[in-house]
Design a protein. Structure first.
Length: 197
């Protein structure tokens, strides 16, 4: 597979950078669906898998290229798995990363540190075309704790409040290479790279 063009079913520049870095060994050209004016599709699925398939199918349909989509989010145990599939819009449909993070911190305000367990989940789907009956589906999970205030300047989303014990810092304090290897998305994409190669 050489110089094959793929479309990322997202306009998130952080995800695009991570994906480009992880897929670079395969000589794949990854472009954002934004480059093709792909209309956004409603994420009506009830699971990460359903939403990732919806997004990949939509991008493949509108571009004619194989598509990769991920659906990922934060699951906080004390919030019964919330924000979950609503992670990107937890504080409202047009909420910023900071607003979503602030809402989680408010809801955990009186919860002691050891009970603030959480994990990032990521499902990555690769579809060769919109009618692909056997899309590749890969999953990654990254365990951590929610700290009481944001720390670090790297990453996006909930990274500044997601503490990773193995590194003694938040995900936003990790350098990009370390995060790409360790994160839920990095794990799922590494599995995808293995399958694609």
């Amino acid at each position: 597979m050489r110089n094959t063009q793929l479309v990322l079913a997202s306009s998130n520049t952080g995800k695009l950078r991570e994906l480009q870095a992880l897929l670079s060994p395969l000589n794949l050209v990854v472009r954002s669906q934004q480059d093709f004016d792909v209309p956004t599709i409603a994420e009506t699925g009830l699971t990460f898998i359903e939403n990732a398939i919806l997004k990949a199918r939509n991008a493949a349909k509108h571009t004619g290229f194989p598509a990769i989509a991920d659906d990922s989010g934060l699951e906080v145990d004390m919030l019964n798995g919330a924000p979950g599939i609503y992670s990107a819009r937890y504080a409202g449909p047009r909420a910023t990363d900071q607003e979503n993070t602030h809402k989680v911190l408010l809801e955990l305000a009186n919860v002691e540190k050891q009970r603030r367990t959480a994990r990032f989940q990521c499902i990555v789907v690769y579809m060769r075309h919109p009618l692909d009956p056997t899309p590749l589906v890969c999953q990654g999970t990254w365990d951590g704790l929610i700290v009481d205030h944001p720390r670090g300047e790297n990453g996006f989303g909930y990274d500044p409040v997601f503490y990773v014990a193995a590194y003694g810092c938040t995900a936003a304090e990790l350098d990009a290479d370390t995060k790409n290897r360790a994160s839920h998305r990095g794990q799922a994409l590494a599995k995808l790279v293995k399958q694609l190669s």
